[in-house]
Write a protein that binds this ligand. Structure first.
Ligand code: NAD
Length: 445
């Protein structure tokens, strides 16, 4: 099929690349000229395992193209995906300006019948808005081109995006015409060929499904973080509790790790947006509101431990930070706990020596840009000289089994604060470290 993907970010680039990998001809459009120029030269704007090789292969095969001009993608396309950002607006709702701008452009530039698929995460009823905007533009130019609206929310995880897209747990399709369902079924058939994973529904339910999935996962995380904080107070070990409850098949083991709270581009904004959607419709969502409040507090649990250990005034103290990205295998720092923790420590006079395998450019150029008191290092061990303590904040594999002898020999104090999830049993106390983690009372405090 001939496909156009509008918005070449994490979702758009992965979507376009994976469809081209399956033999479709895909044009990825973006208004960011620099991004498109780089992609044409084979420079990939994001870090996502396996993506670079797949992009280069499909560009070489002439099945994947990049352009800043929508009309380049509209001449032959049968299906157009909208995959632009829907960032958080000032009031917490999803900002639809990019989606609606694309709808307007589509309405004024489409030349033949199209299936318009919304892949961005959008508030319920956006499908109707997109349809109305396109129709308005078509009416303005007296055109009666036929088009179909589809909602196809994306569930990929950054860090495992290709794998998730190529082997999805499910493909949710919301549409209102048989023709649209049939085309989407054909398009996704190669991704779901061992058994049908397509779930069809109406457009509003598909839009709602995406928010509910993220809110449910965020709820599990906040619930377990709250449990972790209680465990610490009562002298229980949350990791033992986690294994104890996960063994119940009704609960399961996934998404019940305690940590420094959820971050990233999706959970924070989608939980907020769902809360706004409920409020706008006259419902006070108390559980969803609490999920967010617990998460906001959780981001500072580790810096509170540092303050408890070293005092409110951290002038003269130096801390090594291992991990800046909001999770491993990505350079994405959107809403990363590291941002909040580092800013809190620096505000109190501390100096930071930071390292992340992939996110340092993001930190320097954007999320921690201009922050005084932070220095970046090219390897994790280089951060350790003379530090008062080290904080581990992202679950990168290379932090799992570091050389603890080397750590001890370089650090002023053998003190580690572990804000990561999943690594509760390092037994660092036995290796001579003062060790603080989430959900387990330290023997030192
Ligand atoms: N990142 C994820 O893990 C993820 C997962 C599932 C769903 N989503 C959702 O998918 C959507 C996109 O997310 P993302 O992370 O890929 O965003 P992103 O910010 O990485 O990329 C969006 C891209 O759209 C481009 N753009 C904006 N307006 C445009 C226009 N008029 N024409 C062409 N391009 C335009 C931007 O320049 C940018 O490159 C959001 O709604 C998000 O909530 C994201």
């Amino acid at each position: 099929m001939n496909i156009t993907v509008i918005g070449t970010g994490y979702v758009g680039l992965v979507t376009g690349t994976c469809f081209s990998e399956m033999g479709n001809t895909v044009t990825c459009i973006d208004i960011d000229e620099n991004k498109i120029e780089n992609l044409k030269k084979g420079i990939i704007p994001i870090y996502e395992p396996g993506l670079e090789a797949m992009v280069l292969k499909n560009v070489k095969n002439k099945s994947l193209f990049f352009s800043t001009e929508l009309k380049d993608g509209l001449t032959k396309a049968e299906i157009v995906f909208i995959a632009v950002g829907t960032p958080m607006g000032d009031d917490g709702s999803a900002d639809l300006q990019y989606v609606l701008a694309v709808a307007e452009q589509l309405g004024s530039e489409m030349e033949k019948s199209l299936i318009v698929v919304d892949k961005s995460t959008v508030p319920i009823g956006t499908g109707d808005k997109v349809k109305a905007v396109i129709q308005e533009e078509l009416d303005k130019r007296g055109s009666n081109i036929d088009f179909h609206i589809v909602s196809n929310p994306e569930f990929l995880k950054e860090g495992a995006a290709l794998q998730d897209f190529m082997k999805p747990d499910r493909v949710v399709i919301g549409a209102e015409s048989k023709e649209a369902f049939d085309v989407m079924k054909d398009l996704y058939a190669p991704f779901t060929h061992n058994h049908d994973r397509m779930i069809t529904m109406d457009i509003r339910s598909a839009e709602m499904t995406k928010y509910v999935a993220n809110a449910m996962l965020a709820t599990k995380i906040s619930f377990m973080n709250e449990v972790a904080n209680i465990c610490e107070l009562v002298g229980a070990d949350v990791n033992q509790v986690r294994i104890g409850i996960g063994s119940d098949s009704r609960i399961g083991y996934s998404f019940i790790y305690p940590g420094s709270g959820y971050g990233g581009s999706c959970f924070p904004k989608d939980v907020k947006a769902l809360k706004r959607i409920a409020e706008e419709n006259g419902y006070q969502p108390s559980l969803i509101t609490s999920v967010e409040e617990v998460n906001d507090r959780q981001k500072l649990v580790i810096s509170n431990k540092v303050i408890k250990r070293f005092g409110e005034n951290l002038s003269g103290k130096i801390f090594a930070i291992w991990g800046l990205a909001f999770k491993p295998e990505t350079d994405d720092m959107r809403e990363a706990p590291a941002i909040y923790i580092i800013k809190d420590l620096v505000k109190r006079g501390a100096k930071i020596k930071a390292y992340d395998p992939k996110a340092m450019v993001e930190a320097k150029d954007y999320y921690l840009k201009g922050l005084e008191g932070i220095t970046y290092f090219n390897s994790k061990y280089e951060t350790l000289q003379n530090v008062d303590a080290m904080l581990m904040l992202t679950e990168w594999k290379e932090f799992r089994s570091p050389d603890f002898g080397e750590l001890k020999s370089q650090m002023k104090n053998a003190i580690i604060f572990d804000g990561r999830n999943q690594y509760g049993n390092l037994n660092l106390e036995e290796k001579g470290f003062e060790y603080y983690q989430i959900g387990k009372k330290s023997i030192y405090s």
